[in-house]
Design a protein around this ligand. Structure first.
Ligand SMILES: *[C@@H]1O[C@H](CO)[C@@H](O)[C@H](O)[C@H]1NC(C)=O
Ligand SMILES: *[C@@H]1O[C@H](CO)[C@@H](O)[C@H](O)[C@H]1NC(C)=O
Ligand SMILES: *[C@@H]1O[C@H](CO)[C@@H](O)[C@H](O)[C@H]1NC(C)=O
Ligand SMILES: *[C@@H]1O[C@H](CO)[C@@H](O)[C@H](O)[C@H]1NC(C)=O
Ligand SMILES: *[C@@H]1O[C@H](CO)[C@@H](O)[C@H](O)[C@H]1NC(C)=O
Ligand SMILES: *[C@@H]1O[C@H](CO)[C@@H](O)[C@H](O)[C@H]1NC(C)=O
Ligand SMILES: *[C@@H]1O[C@H](CO)[C@@H](O)[C@H](O)[C@H]1NC(C)=O
Ligand SMILES: *[C@@H]1O[C@H](CO)[C@@H](O)[C@H](O)[C@H]1NC(C)=O
Ligand SMILES: *[C@@H]1O[C@H](CO)[C@@H](O)[C@H](O)[C@H]1NC(C)=O
Length: 448
């Protein structure tokens, strides 16, 4: 009952507001009106498992911003463990729990966006979870805001006991013969780049937070001071830092894999990315966001990726990888969970408080945003170059099949020539087709 009445009244209010603004810019007004009569949150929190979600349910009411358990919305495809999207009574803030690892994350986020129950075109998303943390950049309880997410395990792997003597790691990129060599083939989800201008604003907001810490965590951090590597950041109390996230379904731990995936991040982002957090979902969530952004259903420039360190990705000197992961008490879990809220609620408040002045119209990114294919337009500053010559991919499949011919192109001159001919034809066709709904035109129209 509570659900129905509050949703209906809120939908009427937001629907009328947004529909009148949208009709001025979009010819198919009935379609647009229908779309705008949906729940249109300003802020959407993405959690991966219960502790990351509970901290919001428990604490948000006392902030005065609302109760996330006031409105529950189901949709086909949500996790059986977490079958509802939760929203505050005023429908300004929503939250979903994806379930853990890449498949759960992709399935849940796709289900939310395609449910037809939400208008997410102006929504800010914050992926907010715990992670393994590199002592080179951050620490137990530390908060990282990422520009890049790198799917580091998307490679060939030999068990290290069977690898050639000259290998430094069992992982090496597709279509390569050695570790630490630039991949010859890309699946497309290896690297995502997010809006750095938004990230800088989020840093300012999150830095207002008082972060939780414990003496046990502080004692474990101290052990990293003895390392021959520069692990100063690991020894310090938690703070908010800017560095990047690695995604892997495999929950890895230890010096060798940490170094290996650190190298992968550097290599695949062409030296720009700084690996500091490792988690199991982000690239999956971002791939869905990217595909939905092509169709104009979400705005890829409105995504914040925040991870907090719950355990170090590698042991301190004198501790085995096994003891580090399984036996010793790092005591980072609770503070990492608490700091999701402590830092996250400041970002949430910042976006809501600055909605009229800044966030409603959006924060224009000055960096490239998107994937390794250049799907949203522009030239990626990593990878092998845009597949679309910087144009981006059109909605409704209009760009046609870009497929692997582009990826394999550098190896075979004839394939490359054929691919370029084809691409020219596709581009010419696109230019000839006047009035096609380009993504930018499809982007959300904002009420002023
Ligand atoms: C929403 O679901 C949660 C459990 O996930 C429950 O505690 C809460 O009471 C529900 N809210 C409403 C309004 O039914
Ligand atoms: C994976 O996510 C990371 C951030 O967590 C991002 O830097 C990277 O670009 C993402 N890769 C893909 C392929 O989405
Ligand atoms: C590394 O070992 C492989 C397999 O034994 C060999 O084919 C390759 O030439 C070696 N590479 C270098 C750089 O030594
Ligand atoms: C942090 O703690 C200080 C001192 O107790 C307090 O004045 C300040 O309001 C706190 N900041 C936040 C964001 O809670
Ligand atoms: C060591 O790391 C800290 C924190 O990341 C950094 O501020 C400092 O410049 C580094 N020192 C050296 C010698 O590289
Ligand atoms: C990482 O890269 C460095 C520098 O290129 C190299 O010395 C090291 O062996 C690499 N580590 C692994 C595990 O591949
Ligand atoms: C933002 O604008 C809305 C409507 O235009 C208004 O109701 C609201 O009070 C404004 N909020 C702030 C914080 O100024
Ligand atoms: C990234 O590095 C690779 C390998 O060195 C290079 O082929 C590619 O052009 C670089 N990409 C960018 C955008 O600089
Ligand atoms: C790509 O765009 C550039 C200009 O931005 C143009 O010179 C070039 O011909 C285009 N390539 C193709 C294959 O269309």
């Amino acid at each position: 009952m509570r659900f129905l009445s509050s949703v209906l009244s809120a939908l009427l209010a937001t629907g009328q507001l947004a529909a009148s603004a949208a009709t001025a810019q979009e010819p198919r007004s009935s379609v647009v009106e229908a779309r705008y009569r949906k729940i249109a949150p300003k802020f959407f929190i993405i959690s991966m498992f219960s502790p990351e979600a509970d901290i919001w349910y428990e604490n948000l009411p006392s902030s005065g911003l609302g109760d996330l358990l006031a409105v529950n919305v189901s949709a086909p495809g949500l996790s059986m463990l977490f079958p509802h999207v939760h929203c505050t009574e005023d429908l300004q803030i929503c939250q979903v729990t994806t379930g853990e690892s890449e498949i759960n994350a992709a399935t849940t986020i796709a289900s939310v966006v395609l449910s037809g129950k939400f208008d997410l075109t102006s929504t800010y998303f914050m992926i907010a979870g715990i992670a393994g943390v590199s002592p080179a950049w951050s620490t137990l309880g530390g908060v990282a805001l990422s520009r890049y997410a790198v799917q580091v395990a998307l490679q060939y792997e030999f068990d290290a006991r069977e690898m050639p003597e000259n290998f430094t790691t069992g992982y090496f990129g597709f279509d390569t013969y050695l570790p630490n060599t630039f991949p010859g083939e890309w699946y497309g989800t290896e690297v995502f780049e997010l809006n750095d201008d938004l990230r800088q604003l989020a840093l300012g907001m999150a830095s207002k937070a008082n972060l939780s810490d414990t003496t046990t965590a502080a004692a474990y951090r101290e052990r990293y001071a003895a390392s021959s590597e520069n692990f100063t950041a690991g020894t310090l109390p938690p703070s908010v830092v800017l560095c990047d996230t690695a995604t892997s379904d495999v929950y890895y731990s230890g010096n060798l894999l940490a170094h290996s995936f650190d190298n992968t991040t550097t290599l695949w982002t062409n030296g720009t990315g700084n690996y500091c957090m490792t988690a199991q979902e982000d690239n999956a969530t971002l791939e869905v966001m990217l595909r939905m952004a092509i169709e104009g259903l979400v705005d890829f420039s409105r995504i914040i990726l925040m991870r907090t360190g719950s355990d170090f990705d590698r042991p301190p000197p004198g501790v085995s990888a096994y003891d580090h992961l399984l036996i010793m008490d790092q005591d980072g879990f609770e503070i990492a969970i608490e700091n999701i809220y402590n830092a996250g609620v400041e970002i949430l408040k910042g976006v809501l408080d600055g909605w009229n002045s800044t966030f409603e119209k959006g924060v224009a990114p000055s960096n490239y945003i998107g994937d390794v294919f250049g799907s949203l337009g522009g030239e990626p500053d990593f990878g092998s170059g845009s597949l679309t010559n910087g144009t981006g991919v059109l909605p409704d499949g209009e760009t046609g099949d870009l497929e692997k011919r582009e990826l394999d192109a550098p190896k075979h001159a004839s394939t490359k020539r054929a691919a370029e001919t084809k691409r020219r034809r596709v581009l010419q066709g696109r230019k000839a087709a006047q009035g096609l709904p380009l993504m930018k035109v499809r982007a959300p129209s904002h009420s002023t």
